[in-house]
Design a protein around this ligand. Sequence first.
Ligand SMILES: [Ca+2]
Ligand SMILES: [Ca+2]
Length: 306
Amino acid sequence: MMRFRRGEESMSRRAVVFGAALLGSAHFAMPGAFGQLSGGPYTIRPLDVNAGGTTSTGGPYSISASTGQAGGVGTITAQPLPGPPLYQFDDGFWSAATIPPPTEPPSAHDRAKNRYVSFAPNAGANVVALRIDKVSAPTGGGWVGVPDAAGLAPVVSAPVLRVWSEPVVHVGDCAVVPVASYEVRTSEDGGSAFSAPLAVDTIAQPGPKFWGDTVGQFGTITPDVWDPPNGVVNVNDFLAGLEKFQNPATTRVHLTVVDVVGAGQPGFEACLNRSANIADVFNLIKAFQGSVYPFTTDPPSCPPCP
Ligand SMILES: [Ca+2]
Ligand SMILES: [Ca+2]
């Protein structure tokens, strides 16, 4: 068992060190009880592992624990609420980070896309970074950058620790290409510990036309919305792009479905420009005509996108 008491003597010096700052600010949820330490500052001293009920003192509170004894402590979770727990204490040991992985986005975006990976961050109010990796060859990846107001985010080289309040994040960049597999993970410390991955694929190779499959038929799944990619490249695929170019406000097709090239950025066309331009339509026509994917599929060879 683990409990806090006032005014006991220190007994041990090695092994597990509990951070005073952590304990001074954390909330602990225990069966039948929820409390918050007050009256600090605190001094938390080391405890022996497997010592069975040793006590560390030195401040207004002492800490007693049967550390390392399976079943002796159970699960104690540090909050905040609402949101996923930050830390978890299992049977005497701090377990790995318990931040859950990103999840599949709402149905409107739960589809393979050409140049975007869409997902729900699922990190609540926690400050975390999001890592994206291309796991199909050639491999490579980076960190999800700060999204714009529409949730569109680039791939950047350094972790971005923030509260991801966007319901859906759409990562589109040179490193996100058709016919590839990606994994998105959450890291609460910017690169040492990660959540389990969310696997997201871009479009499957649409037969001999190689790439450019953006949509399927129109409105057979959701009324007035282009269906998800159907494994076929035909006129519908560039017509959907043309429709978005002519009317950016249309809800019949989302920008992330038809933004496939960065127009107006000479040398950086592979980077995307988060806009539906006539250049997107032209590239989709080239795909319809049978052209191979025109940009690199090797993330490390991507230019530093503007
Ligand atoms: Ca299609
Ligand atoms: Ca574009």
